[in-house]
Write a protein that binds this ligand. Structure first.
Ligand code: ADP
Length: 336
């Protein structure tokens, strides 16, 4: 069941995560034991859940976010950011120990090498989600991802599912999802790597939507046995946009493809979070899957065309411009 809501009253609950990310831009990746001078240092608050919460808020949605941070300086940065973005901190938990931290070395050729310490994100529990039950049960959409301890995602989704509230899961970084989570997930959003794992598609996956759609159509009927509550699957395809499958009333999967706007891609990190936010906004406004895929692509491409992630997430004004400039972008239904 997808609710229809006016933008002003749309409410989302995000099971979030927070990583203080430090990116060092180096001429090339160093050899073991070697020290290199970095040309640039970028420090940014990150995390899939944080990105989606910030983007939905900027797009005009009332967002409650469940998030864990440590008792360190990074946590102060997070709290200041949430205040700036107008996100309430009712369900932000400051726990003993370090926040999540990430370090990335980025070579001039774009190659990178990343280490992430999950810190407080690992400590978020089912009890933290249950303590937010009133906010979860009054939302029209609940979003979760795999950078947070899974029991918190499971508990939030279980509360939402029991009330018929759609749950949107980005199972990234991929790990085998627990059965209880599979029973309460309405929509899955995956990139090509995760789609291979989720659907057991043979590697390497075809690149173009036309080549990929038959493989997806063949694999989707088998999803039902493992993901009994899942009614939609969204597969993001970078510059090729996104495919979306929806289960109809007769138990058949109907497939759509929406092209992405043509852009000069500068930094695709966070493009998937932009896509998830645009898609969620459309769902909150009662738009059909075909429109939601287009809105997802508009926000994803907006992020990919800019440096960084937080800075690149669109706000409501930018989204209106994106809609106006891409009035001719349409999703097409594919023959299955
Ligand atoms: P992820 O970042 O999660 O791996 P993708 O690379 O598939 O996911 O990108 C997510 C979405 O961002 C795409 O579906 C598309 O809407 C947009 N996007 C990403 N790269 C580009 C690009 N080069 N041109 C246009 N849109 C893009």
């Amino acid at each position: 069941m997808i609710p229809s809501t006016s933008p002003a009253s749309a409410r989302a609950f995000v099971v979030g995560n927070f990583v203080q990310a430090c990116c060092w831009h180096v001429p090339r990746l160093p050899h073991p034991g070697e020290t290199l001078e970095a040309a640039q240092l970028q420090i940014e608050a990150g995390g899939k859940g944080l990105n989606v919460a910030v983007c939905l808020r900027r797009l005009g949605v009332a967002v409650e976010v469940l998030i864990a941070c440590g008792d360190d300086q990074a946590a102060d940065t997070l709290l200041a950011l949430l205040a700036r973005e107008g996100l309430p901190t009712t369900h932000v938990h400051r726990l003993p120990g370090a926040s999540g931290w990430g370090t990335g070395l980025i070579g001039a050729d774009g190659q990178n090498c990343i280490a992430v310490y999950p810190g407080a994100n690992r400590l978020l529990s089912a009890a933290h989600a249950q303590a937010a039950s009133a906010a979860i049960e009054s939302a029209q959409l609940v979003y979760g991802q795999f950078e947070t301890a899974l029991p918190a995602v499971e508990a939030a989704f279980a509360l939402a599912h029991a009330r018929g509230i759609p749950t949107l899961l980005n199972p990234s970084p991929w790990q085998a999802p627990p059965p209880t989570l599979r029973q309460v997930t309405h929509t899955l959003i995956v990139n090509q790597v995760e789609a291979g794992e989720l659907l057991g598609l043979p590697e390497p996956l075809p690149v173009t939507p036309a080549d990929l759609a038959p493989a997806l159509a063949a694999a989707l009927p088998g999803l039902r046995a493992r993901w009994p509550a899942t009614r939609r699957l969204l597969l993001t395809l970078g510059r090729h946009g996104a495919l979306g499958g929806e289960l109809d009333g007769d138990g058949r999967w109907v497939l759509w493809h929406a092209p992405a706007p043509v852009i000069d891609a500068i930094d695709t990190v966070g493009a998937g979070d932009g896509f998830a936010s645009g898609y969620a906004l459309a769902v909150l406004q009662g738009q059909p899957l075909s429109t939601a895929l287009v809105w997802g692509n508009l926000c994803g491409a907006h992020v990919a065309a800019r440096c960084g992630v937080l800075e690149a997430l669109p706000d409501a004004g930018q989204f209106q411009s994106l809609l106006a400039s891409a009035a001719r972008l349409r999703a097409v239904q594919l023959r299955s």
